[in-house]
Ligand binder design. Structure first.
Ligand code: ASP
Length: 324
């Protein structure tokens, strides 16, 4: 009896420890970690691509929201997960800014992951609560400068895209205001709608419908050209902040050591998802562009992560922003 029980225990331990042969992958649910709260732009992208990826992979891809510390709690969790293809991470430009922002970042974005592929590019919008007393960007800048002790700015923590955009904005206008960190810009948007915070910068994925419904004010979009889904919104450059441009990109990661054939299946599923009619339609409505197939690859992904890490480090250093 004891021997039988031991046998069961041993075989259970062996079966969970043994790597799954790649041809059998996936044979259970895959968890996609989202580094911010539900309802925000990263969550939206994850859920949009998760549905067609589930179809291609023949297993459900479920979303787990792990917000906090500008996405670095989730980054660390994903880096330390089992490298078996059942835990993957969606993250954005924050993977390239975190090493400069966090002195004690407990993982290395350029070393601790396998790279599945890039997903999309999406601009941000500078938005404010509906009754904010500024009708355009010039007035907003003047108001923020005159009332810097009173106004507050919402972001999703140090390392979030909303943080990056806010940091660039405050540097550009040489004025610092109080920032209120949230676990994601989903909840930050709720407070903007409720008037508890004054302004923020967030991806069009999260702001387009609120702008169109006139529930919030918009001052500019951070792309070089206007976004087709928001044709009346000027670029930040047109609105008066020359050269102000931020483009956010998302990508999919797996822990280092995830077998190459497993990564190849995930890359394929991502590429199929980016051609899905509903994904293309929703991305267009939300001002986001899926990347071309040759960029939804591990090579293009790692190359962008490296060039973005090199690009942002001196800018962040100059701004003097960091966390211990
Ligand atoms: N993308 C947002 C940011 O970085 C956070 C979110 O997705 O909730 O500001």
């Amino acid at each position: 009896m004891v021997a039988t029980l031991l046998g069961i225990v041993v075989s259970v331990v062996l079966s969970t420890a043994a790597p799954v042969p790649a041809q059998e992958y996936p044979n259970k649910v895959i968890t996609m970690i989202v580094p911010f709260a539900a309802g925000g732009p990263t969550d939206t992208v994850a859920r949009l691509i998760g549905a067609p990826m589930s179809k291609t992979l023949g297993q459900q891809v479920i979303v787990e929201n792990v917000g906090g510390a500008g996405g670095t709690i989730a980054g660390n969790r994903a880096a330390k997960s089992a490298p078996d293809g059942y835990t993957i991470l969606i993250h954005h430009i924050g993977m390239s800014t975190a090493p400069a922002l966090y002195r004690k970042l407990p993982y290395k974005p350029l070393e601790d992951f396998e790279y599945i592929g890039l997903i999309n590019e999406v601009p941000m919008t500078l938005v404010a609560k509906k009754d904010f007393p500024a009708k355009d960007l010039k007035e907003l800048i003047a108001y923020v400068k005159a009332n810097k002790g009173k106004v507050n700015y919402a972001n999703a923590g140090l390392g979030a895209a909303s943080h990056l955009c806010g940091m660039l904005f405050m540097t550009a206008i040489q004025t610092d205001v109080t920032t209120i960190p949230y676990s994601g810009t989903g909840p930050a948007m709720n407070d903007l709608l409720g008037g508890q915070v004054d302004f923020m910068c967030d991806q069009t994925t999260n702001t387009t419908s609120q702008i169109k419904a006139e529930k919030i004010k918009v001052y500019g979009v951070t792309s070089k050209k206007r976004v087709p889904s928001l044709p009346n919104v000027p670029t930040m450059d047109e609105a008066g902040l020359k050269g102000f441009e931020v483009s956010i990109w998302h990508a999919l990661y797996a822990p280092k050591g995830t077998p190459k054939p497993v990564i190849a299946k995930l890359t394929k599923a991502l590429q199929v998802a980016l051609k899905d009619t509903n994904v293309k339609l929703r991305f267009a409505e939300l001002g986001s562009e899926p990347v071309a197939e040759n960029r939804a690859t591990p090579e293009a992904h790692r190359a962008l992560l490296k060039s973005e890490t090199d690009r942002w480090a001196p800018i962040i250093k100059k701004a003097g922003v960091y966390a211990d």
